[in-house]
Design a protein around this ligand. Structure first.
Ligand code: PHE
Length: 444
């Protein structure tokens, strides 16, 4: 194949920031906050952190190994190590990337709109109605298309000149924005209630199976795992990268930003006495409650609000790039398309698939559930089994560039025995729950 001429990242920082860019996105800020609110606060946070370390991180290392070791996009990478019948799993990855980007881009479109309108006109009188108007219909559709066009533009530019360059500029900006807002939020009176809500652990919730499933799918979504995004990025890596170490940096940054996002969202909401609004949180809560908070903060609110929605846009864009890259690189490798053609045609197709989500929040929510509870958890399970049981001697790839680091045995054990068991359990429960919800949706 064309692997001899395959593009590579130009620097270590470039790769790490691009991978962190993939991981850090709406998942860390929008999804993490609303799931935390919906699932009762700290218990969800604790399970999410635990599962990221115990299952997410080992699977991330596995994706990096399969990606770099094969130097190919997902379908061919799996065939490279496992033979032709594993191509199907690569196909599932591509479908997952397609599905996630389709609705992700709709939400990203909202964030673009909120960022722009915060600059232009400040916040609406009645954020609830406003969200209702702009979150579905022609408005949402228009911003969804605009966001997809932006993503296509970057990915068409290539790995180095598109994805890496954008990540190098955007990710530091995002860190500064998020930390700055969290520091500002800590100065508000009443912030303490927000912290308490966010960080006070209720043990009964930790033992709740439902919360466990959501925490697992959040861990996978947030780390961009289970659909070949990290695998694809790693396929552009030279062999001198220390994969376990870089995986640790990526996971650390991802958890860090999610955690800090909570430190910014909850104090803001509680300081302004809007906690009622979060109680039965839904997918739109952030877009209703936070503008209320910003509006009541006067001029400062305007600035903080613009910064907040800008951070969301930046995070969404760098994540969307990686989702599209999975689909595009697969078309380049398996169909022999040019990058520009693949980005345009497939980006267009994804925009089309996302259209129903731009018209109906219920559809958007279902796409999110199917993607996370079924595709990502199932994909992660299959990839753990694949790397743990099918790939012969992953230690070569594990150690190339990693020097004499000896965590190998522990990693391999977790990947073979622990991760599959946990993933199998959460996948079964998650898939069943999703099926029930799908049937309920279909039968009205
Ligand atoms: N990790 C991204 C986020 O947190 C979403 C994503 C999922 C990106 C899967 C790529 C693959 O927003």
């Amino acid at each position: 194949m064309a692997s001899a001429a395959r593009e590579q990242w130009s620097s270590r920082t470039g790769f790490v920031l691009a991978a962190v860019g993939s991981a850090v996105g709406l998942g860390n800020m929008w999804r993490f906050s609303y799931m935390t609110a919906e699932k009762g606060g700290a218990a969800f946070v604790a399970l999410y952190l635990l599962l990221t370390l115990m299952v997410g991180l080992p699977v991330l290392v596995a994706e990096l190994i399969v990606g770099r070791g094969s130097g190919r996009s997902p379908i061919l990478a799996l065939a490279h190590y496992g033979g032709q019948r594993w191509r199907a799993l690569g196909g599932v990855f591509v479908v997952a990337g397609f599905t996630i980007l389709a609705y992700y881009s709709v939400i990203a479109g909202w964030t673009v709109r909120y960022a722009l309108s915060a600059v232009a006109t400040g916040y609406p009188e009645n954020p609830g109605d406003y969200f209702g108007e702009v979150s579905s219909g022609w408005d949402a559709f228009g911003f969804h298309l605009a966001f997809m066009a932006l993503t296509v533009g970057v990915v068409a530019g290539g790995v180095k000149r598109g994805i890496e360059r954008v990540s190098l500029v955007m990710m530091p900006l995002l860190f500064v924005l998020v930390v700055g807002i969290a520091v500002y939020a800590s100065t508000l009176s009443g912030a303490g209630d927000g912290y308490r809500y966010y960080l006070n652990l209720d043990v009964a919730n930790v033992l709740d199976l439902d919360v466990l499933v959501d925490a697992a799918s959040q861990a996978f979504f947030s780390l961009s795992l289970g659909m070949g995004a990290m695998l694809t990025f790693a396929s552009y890596l030279p062999r001198d990268h220390d994969l376990p170490k870089e995986a640790g940096m990526i996971a650390g940054a991802d958890m860090g930003v999610a955690f800090v996002a909570g430190l910014m969202v909850f104090p803001l909401i509680f300081a302004l006495g809007l906690s009622e609004d979060v109680g039965g949180s839904t997918l739109g809560a952030l877009f209703v409650t936070l503008p209320k908070a910003f509006a009541s903060m006067g001029e400062a609110g305007r600035i903080v609000g613009v910064a907040f929605f800008m951070a969301l846009v930046v995070g969404a864009l760098t994540s969307a790039m990686s989702l599209l890259e999975v689909v595009v690189s697969s078309a380049i490798d398996t169909l022999g398309w040019t990058r520009r053609r693949a980005a345009l045609v497939l980006g267009g197709a994804i925009a089309l698939v996302g259209t129903p989500a731009a018209w109906n929040l219920g559809v958007l929510d279902l796409m999110d559930q199917v993607a996370n509870n079924v595709l990502l958890l199932g994909g992660g399970l299959a990839l753990a089994i694949f790397t743990g049981w099918v790939v012969q001697d992953p230690s070569r790839e594990f150690h190339a560039g990693a020097g004499g680091w000896r965590g190998y045995a522990g990693w391999y054990f977790v990947l073979r025995f622990i991760a599959p068991v946990i993933l199998f359990a959460v996948f079964c429960i998650g898939a069943w729950r999703t099926l029930v919800n799908l049937v309920a949706f279909a039968t009205g």
